[in-house]
Write a protein that binds this ligand. Structure first.
Ligand SMILES: NC(=O)c1ccc[n+]([C@@H]2O[C@H](COP(=O)([O-])OP(=O)(O)OC[C@H]3O[C@@H](n4cnc5c(N)ncnc54)[C@H](OP(=O)(O)O)[C@@H]3O)[C@@H](O)[C@H]2O)c1
Length: 319
């Protein structure tokens, strides 16, 4: 049986991508074959497609994921779909089950079908659409990990989110509010209405007011853009505050520090289930735009490369 997929052979621009036919894979032991109804297109995919990484990571990243192009070939690390076939030694999942999840460095979701470890296929709540399920996971897992686990945000805490309208930022605004925090959002004026609707108490237009020049102090400063220096971020913190650098350079990571959170957010099934449940309950808006079918991937990447994507982009491989 054949399926359609989008492969990236060499790092490069969105225009180099093309939809191609490939044999539909079969699930091995402990794996399931998922018919992908919706797949996220994220900044993570854009980095893997272009070979562009935060300062200091270029060579290290290419050694890990591929020198001239991503070894994974088919990108896309968040999916929502239907189990089509179950491999040996899989229990608790059967053909027809609706599942969503994340595939990490294995990627492979920009295809009509993807083989994934059964352990990452989390039941999708019936009341949540496939696009919303696939869309909520990239930014959601990142924001949840940094706010709850690294910054230990408590009720009453004050949070500054730089880049509040993007994938990570829009989730950070909402999850900070769910955790009991009060959010000051930083974004362009065009996205003010969105971030206020998501629960921010105040919105700062970075074109008018540079973040580094703010005089107040926050319990969590969450930089989801990568343009806030470590020194400026630390200066904006209250005495016990935590600075989250989601786009840390290698130097920032090596320096670390008790009050600075860097690194990669893990992809945990429990977090995926929690985010799906919050989205189904209407407490977490996935802020999803469906861009089209697999042939719309270049359009999605152009939006991401522009640096002003709003929320999350999703493609529907079956379309
Ligand atoms: N550490 C981790 O585990 C982890 C996980 C996921 C992502 N990340 C990283 O996090 C970063 C954000 O990812 P994303 O998916 O959220 O990106 P995104 O959806 O493309 O969002 C980018 C956002 O940045 C805002 N922005 C652009 N210029 C700005 C400026 N000068 N000041 C303030 N905001 C500005 C844009 O808002 P406007 O349109 O309003 O300008 C846009 O909303 C990426 O670099 C990604 O690689 C890290």
């Amino acid at each position: 049986m054949e399926m359609r997929q989008v492969r990236v052979e060499r790092y490069g621009p969105p225009e180099a991508l093309a939809v191609a036919d490939a044999p539909t894979p079969r699930p091995g032991r402990g794996e399931v074959l998922v018919r992908v109804e919706a797949a996220g297109v994220s900044m993570g995919d854009a980095r893997m497609r272009s070979g562009r990484f935060p300062p200091g990571f270029g060579l290290l990243a290419r050694l890990a994921i591929g020198l001239r192009g991503p070894r994974a070939g088919v990108l896309g690390s968040t999916f929502s779909g239907v189990v089509a076939e179950v491999g040996d030694e899989v229990s608790g999942l059967a053909p027809g089950d609706e599942v969503a999840g994340m595939t990490g460095v294995r990627m492979g979701c920009h295809a009509e079908y993807a083989v994934v470890p059964a352990t990452v296929a989390v039941p999708k709540p019936a009341g949540l659409s496939h696009p919303d399920a696939a869309g909520v996971l990239f930014g959601g897992t990142t924001a949840l990990y940094f706010l709850r686990d690294r910054a230990s945000l408590r009720p009453g805490g004050t949070v500054l989110v730089n880049g509040a309208s993007g994938s990570v930022g829009s989730a950070a605004v909402q999850l900070a509010v769910i955790l009991g925090g009060t959010v000051t959002a930083v974004c362009s004026a065009a996205n003010r209405e969105l971030v206020m609707r998501l629960g921010a108490q105040r919105c700062i237009d970075y074109h008018q007011t540079p973040v580094a020049g703010l005089t107040e102090r926050f319990d969590v400063v969450f930089d989801a853009v990568g343009n806030l220096s470590r020194a400026d971020g630390l200066r904006l913190l209250s005495p016990d505050g935590v600075l989250v650098l989601a786009v840390a350079s290698l130097l920032d990571m090596v320096r670390g520090g008790r009050r600075v959170a860097t690194g990669s957010a893990p992809e945990r099934g429990d977090d995926v289930a929690e985010l799906l449940a919050l989205a189904e309950a209407g407490r977490l808006d996935p802020v999803v735009t469906v861009v089209g079918g697999l042939s719309a991937l270049p359009d999605a990447y152009r939006l991401i490369d522009g640096g002003h994507k709003v929320g999350n982009l999703v493609v529907l491989p079956g379309r």
